[in-house]
Design a protein around this ligand. Structure first.
Ligand code: NAD
Length: 517
């Protein structure tokens, strides 16, 4: 394996008839399996529970994807035990072999690419293109982290010390928890799992209850790829019971968590609280929510800005941590911007993503109700110029929604809504726009549309976000090119998909050995 050969996976071109046919075939294949029961997987064995929950298609809630056991704290105990047992041998597998296995797993993702896309369209409501981009991201994670492991396996060079041979080596941490959200059931889960296991750790994986079928598919790929039993253990269950028990577990060494700010805060607290029998500080890798802004200044190409902001605000129905939810627009182009974006947004079509709509349903009833609640608040806090409505059909559909003349301190301008709702805020000048953009508790992504080099340069230093995008949309991170992680309450800045990420899952050891002269 050569470090220089990492290459990002290309996307599928769905304007080609043959690719559409392959996807239709994949829909048929995965739908033929729907409705079945699938277990948890601990130490490579099936684990069932009488108590079950179902996963449904948010674009057609009457369609049941599958049925799954509700895990319990005892299942977490068993999974931690299995992961401990597996750690003893997995940590001794040479890093190059763990890396090679990751590349093999990437190839299995390629083999199942269309089925994974179909399942994501149906289980979490991604458009074809968004689902494909995410499968490609999963492949990239494996390919990238494998090469990163080879780099870290060489250790670091130290300053020479007379009479000694000194080394700096990296070792895995041990058993960890990976707790992931539903909105990137492959990208985020594989991002955390691949880094954890390539480093030699073993994992208890607790995915969101909105994507159990996709998590099951990931386990199938791990098994087919020859990952030893116990290296990744799948436990289903509620966040507040199973998730909390896992994050508090005295025998885990780290928690890789991606999700909301509120839960992330709790995880930080659980991990910081020593349990009986625990004699180490748990590491937390927390990547959380955002209230991301894009600034549009007077020199910007307004057409480009409008298109970029619409894609970033309404792609995957605004359910991306990186999504743009605030457009901060300078007053001299404000009216023109508002008229352009509202006209275009009002023409956007919404419908079932399986039928190749760009905008489909939001994830579930709770999310749907929460977003509609914010739309009601928005009607008090701003002027509705697009959307604000649902579709009169089965499914959790909400039209792309825009409020203008929103105060920077309004709730819809401060709180993460996690749906297709954009607030437009007027700024006096560029400094005012930057101040407004920075004025939330978050700091995940940000963007600027401008042709003014002074403004762009100022944004590089003063826009307080972990991921800044200039003259392009602020969503869509390519592994290796756009390492991802936020500031402030958006997380611990772990930079998934970047050169420092693997360090989160490793500990270093220095070895000083006296040499006889
Ligand atoms: P969530 O916080 O509700 O749940 C995330 C995971 O945590 C789920 O597996 C859930 O079961 C579990 N969980 C819930 N309560 C828990 C508890 N008390 N203890 C332990 N685990 C618990 O988030 P979600 O709705 O699944 O995902 C959406 C959120 O994730 C948004 O806020 C979004 O911005 C964020 N997100 C952030 C990133 C990023 O990279 N920064 C990426 C994707 C999503």
């Amino acid at each position: 394996m050569n470090l220089s050969t990492y290459k990002q996976e290309e996307f599928i071109d769905f304007s080609q008839e043959e690719n559409v046919k392959k996807l239709q075939e994949a829909f048929r294949k995965v739908e033929a399996q729907f409705g079945q029961y699938a277990p948890m997987i601990i130490d490579g064995k099936r684990v069932d529970r009488e108590d079950t929950f179902v996963s449904i298609n948010p674009n057609q809630p009457s369609q049941v994807i599958g049925q799954y056991p509700v895990g319990t704290p005892e299942d977490v105990d068993r999974a931690v035990e299995a992961a401990e047992k597996a750690f003893d041998s997995w940590r001794r597998v040479p890093p190059v072999d763990r890396a090679a296995l990751c590349v093999h797993l990437a190839n299995l993702f390629r083999k199942y690419r269309y089925e994974l896309i179909a399942l994501m369209v149906l289980e979490v409501g991604k458009s074809w293109e968004e689902a494909d981009a995410e499968v490609a991201e999963g492949i990239d994670h494996f390919e990238y982290i494998a090469r990163e492991m080879l780099r870290y396996a060489k250790g670091r060079k130290l300053h020479p010390f007379p009479g000694e041979m000194n080394e700096y080596r990296y070792y895995p941490l041990g058993v960890g928890a990976v707790i992931s959200p539903w909105n990137y059931p492959i990208g985020i889960s594989i991002g955390m799992i691949s880094a954890a296991i390539v480093a030699g750790n073993t994992v208890v994986f607790k995915p969101s209850s909105d994507c159990p079928a996709i998590s099951q598919f990931l386990m199938k790929i791990f098994e087919e790829g020859g990952l030893p039993p116990g290296v990744v253990n799948l436990v289903y269950g509620s966040g507040s019971i199973v998730g909390e028990y896992l994050a508090r577990h005295p025998r885990i060494k780290f928690v890789g968590f991606t999700g909301s700010k509120d839960v992330g805060q709790k995880i930080a607290l659980y991990a910081a609280t020593l349990s009986e029998g625990q004699y180490w500080f748990k590491r937390t890798i927390l990547e959380l929510g955002g209230k991301n802004a894009i600034i549009v200044d007077s020199s910007a190409d307004l057409e480009e800005a409008v298109n970029g902001i619409m894609a970033a605000s309404f792609g995957y129905q605004g359910q991306k941590c990186s999504a743009c939810s605030r457009a901060v627009v300078l007053e001299d182009v404000y009216d023109q911007f508002v008229s352009m974006i509202s006209e275009k947004t009002n023409k956007m079509e919404v419908g079932p993503v399986k039928e190749h709509y760009f905008c489909g349903a939001v994830i579930n009833k709770a999310g749907f109700d929460k977003i509609l609640g914010y739309i009601e608040i928005g009607k008090q806090e701003g002027k509705l110029v697009a959307g604000g409505e649902t579709l009169d059909r089965e499914g959790y559909f909400i039209k792309p929604t825009i409020f203008v003349d929103v105060d920077e301190k309004a709730r819809i301008a401060q709180e993460e809504i996690f749906g297709p709702v954009l607030s437009v805020i007027k700024a006096k000048d560029f400094d005012d726009a930057l101040r407004i953009a920075n004025n939330t508790i978050y700091g995940l992504t940000g963007g600027v549309y401008s042709k003014n080099p002074y403004h762009l340069s100022k944004a590089k230093d003063e826009f307080y976000v972990g991921n800044l995008y200039l003259n392009r949309k602020n969503t869509g991170a390519w592994i290796g090119s756009h390492p991802f992680g936020g500031y402030n309450m958006s997380g611990t800045n772990s930079k998934l998909g970047g050169p420092d990420y693997l360090l989160n899952y490793l500990q270093s050891k220095t070895i000083a050995q006296k040499v006889s002269l």
